[in-house]
Design a protein around this ligand. Sequence first.
Ligand code: ATP
Ligand code: MG
Length: 269
Amino acid sequence: MAKGTTFAFHSYKGGTGKTTLISNIAAFLAKNGKKVCLLDFDLYAPTLTIYFRKTAPFYLNNLLSGEAEISDLMVDLSPELDLKGKLYLGFSNPGKEDVHDIEIKHETKWQLAAIRKFLSAKKQLFEEYQIDYLFLDTSPGIRYWSINTLATADIQLLIMKDNDVDIEGTKKMITDIYDTLTTFGSKYFIVLNKVPGASPLNEYNLKADEKYQKDLEKEFGTKIVASIPCFCDIQFSRHEFLFAIEQPNHPFSKKMVNLAERIKGLTLV
Ligand SMILES: Nc1ncnc2c1ncn2[C@@H]1O[C@H](COP(=O)(O)OP(=O)(O)OP(=O)(O)O)[C@@H](O)[C@H]1O
Ligand SMILES: [Mg+2]
């Protein structure tokens, strides 16, 4: 029987750090011996090809259209990153045609067939590839494929910045979508990212914010599983890439270790 867990990283607004966090966590877990697959379900604005500086023979778009199998699109990064486990990447096509097709061309019948194809690929990932963790990067907000992707996950992590727009938008998404998803058995948790007040030399003091976080948890009806400072060197680096692997002593990487532990714990809940 398949035993892996599917996580979707999502947010109300763009730019909260979904891709950065999901890529680092996926790579970190693979480095520590887990079998991990990361799929770029940000079909409207894919970024994983740029983030990982890769091209792919086939994309998720081909899988959803029935032109490729999951085995055709998986790129195994474990050898080049020297990972103890496995890290399979499934890219989505940033090309104008495919983004346009996903956005407006396809009618409901195509979309439903596409979801079925993904569900069958997901089963294959767990049963044949024995994946421990399937990570799905998503588009922000409540677009069609964001919701589809969220609905296929066991656990959704809502990545947000600590500002009024994100807080109010996230609360609304919880009422509009997440509360319904939980009735089908999934769970959602909050990750605060880009929390102000840190510098790489002076790690953010989480304890000072304990009361504030407890209040937020009440408002969101769930736990905050991580509070990650905003590091200027990450925000402004020209090509940010897998700090958790390449700079294990960076305070951001230490936060990734904590978040990975929380993620492992969530699968046992
Ligand atoms: N903790 C952090 N500290 C500083 N910069 C960060 C942090 N997390 C992410 N960033 C930076 O924020 C920017 C946006 O991050 P990212 O692309 O991961 O967001 P996203 O939520 O995936 O965006 P989109 O919704 O557009 O897909 C990137 O430049 C990234 O390096
Ligand atoms: Mg992204």
